[in-house]
Ligand binder design. Sequence first.
Ligand SMILES: *Cc1c(COP(=O)(O)O)cnc(C)c1O
Length: 368
Amino acid sequence: MIKITTPVLGEEELKEVKKVLDSGYLVQNKYVKLIEEFISKYVGTKHAVAVSSGTAALHLSLLSLGIKEGDEVIVPDFTFPATVNVVEMVGAKPILVDIDPETFCINTEEIESKITNKTKAIMPVHEFGNSANMDEIIKVSKKYNLKIIEDAACALGTEYKKKKIGSIGDIGCFSFHPRKSVTTGEGGIITTNDPEIYEKLQILRNHGISKVEGKVDFVLPGYNYRLTDIQAAIGVVQLKKLEEIIDKKINLAEIYNRELKNIDKIRAPKYQEEVRHTYQTYHVILSESINRDEVIKELKKNEIESNYGAYAIHALKYYREKYKLDDSEFKNSLKAYNQGLALPLSYELDEKDVIFVVKKLKEIIQKG
Ligand SMILES: *Cc1c(COP(=O)(O)O)cnc(C)c1O
């Protein structure tokens, strides 16, 4: 089976985990500090706060900004649902915006019309390792005094105009789920330059514990969203391989781009000059005449794993029933949800695998 993705794990991770087990310090300790130091340096922010998942990262980010019931947060309609679920979790209202059909990220031209006096933040998603149009997002956030939380869960290493994603908004959120480029099993991390947000995040991830006049006290009803040192030890080794993994994925993606160029029923992702796309997912759009779910089944018969890339949030049961939004507002998102196809892309694959996938895909599509 050619898998969509495979984590790159080995003896070195095992060796570091053993050190943690031997030390007896299993939760938030030395390795959590190391992973935070690595990420803040790599992303280029003053601070990083390791947490138990990408979703925890997003949730704590909203809480650290004091976003709550009565507030509105602008989010793209096409994403992994966690982005929007966390807005519901803090009691705020997600305001869904359609995506750009070529980048799969929020359509920045539609943001301004969705802003009200309740809007507190914009949460762009750097979908599939691509980058949202951050210049436009910053422009509109400045005009209306909004915070920016970057959902960079699948975009560690992605750059926009030579700056790392996660360092451009007020807060950046990353995931270390095995579906991303590097993994800790479950895990996530938050980046920020703001010392107050940093302080709040540390308190919230650890039961609300802080020091008041030198004495340990509980200053907030916090969560337990800590990353363990076992996970962090895996992560520290993984992060050493990050650039190598990304380079390999970019190479393979370029082979896909080349091989798919002249197939008119498949649209390959758009190249953006100002972005270093890290291709967490290689996502194409099949034309409307093709039954995407059938293609997934046929690829599977050929030992090729594929899937859809992300979801049109307004069309999912909870959001559909609660907000009753019209499909016509989310044409690009809906098309990506119905006709999008994520193809295998990982460090373990090579050129011949990609060429084989494209060959089979062509055969299936031409058969109709
Ligand atoms: C993976 C992902 C998440 C969730 O991360 P977890 O670590 O699985 O909680 C959130 N948003 C986006 C865009 C993602 O790709």
